[in-house]
Design a protein around this ligand. Sequence first.
Ligand code: SF4
Ligand code: SF4
Length: 233
Amino acid sequence: MLIDLSKCVGCEACTVNCQAEWQLEPEEQFTKVHRYETGKFPQVKGGVVPTQCFHCHQPPCVEVCPTGASYKRPDGIVAIDEDKCIGCCYCLSACPYGARCFDSSRRIVRKCYFCYPRIEQGKEPACVNTCMAGARTFGDVDDPTSAISKAIKETKAVPIRGTSIFYVPSPHLDRSFLPPDLKEPGFVRWWKGVIQPGGKAVMAAAAGAVVVSLAINTINKGGGTGGDADARK
Ligand code: SF4
Ligand code: SF4
């Protein structure tokens, strides 16, 4: 998705229409509009930066999810299988962009899905569809003929590296106001280095214990039959 900050007027229609589309609680927002000011009075300038799930290429949220509920679809969209989510919130801690929210009534985590049910019907995501300023463009960046590919080229949009989001910078806000390129959070490095191998070792030990237990059981049964046979002689 491309978000053109020179066009965005900060009306938050995207936030509200997304909430309606996904039937979110008022405090839940899949897309947010951040407001910034620069300079000193009377030379103050302002700008807005909408954010949402960045649909990272190698999503930290997916890496730490213990149940496989968070996953990446073949089309690149990062989604959540809500039936598999146990609400542990590891993904919330792992997301460097604060893009996920906890649904306290259902006790699961949710976030922007790029409106894939709408996309599958040939529609645009709700935030793109509702943006009267035309600040959002959605499409396939691997297709050079797509509207988004052309817009990226024409506007010299800035990619947020490691993610699926591009921004056209605001005339009043420099690059430092844009979200940073994706960097694997320390928590995720620690998770992959310590918790995951530890978990695998525990699983391997548990599996080993089951195998040994089955073997002992089999030997005991075998020994008992043989003993009976010996006794019958
Ligand atoms: S609807 Fe469009 S103009 Fe309004 S805040 Fe969202 S991106 Fe900006
Ligand atoms: S922005 Fe956060 S929730 Fe979205 S894919 Fe990246 S890590 Fe996952």
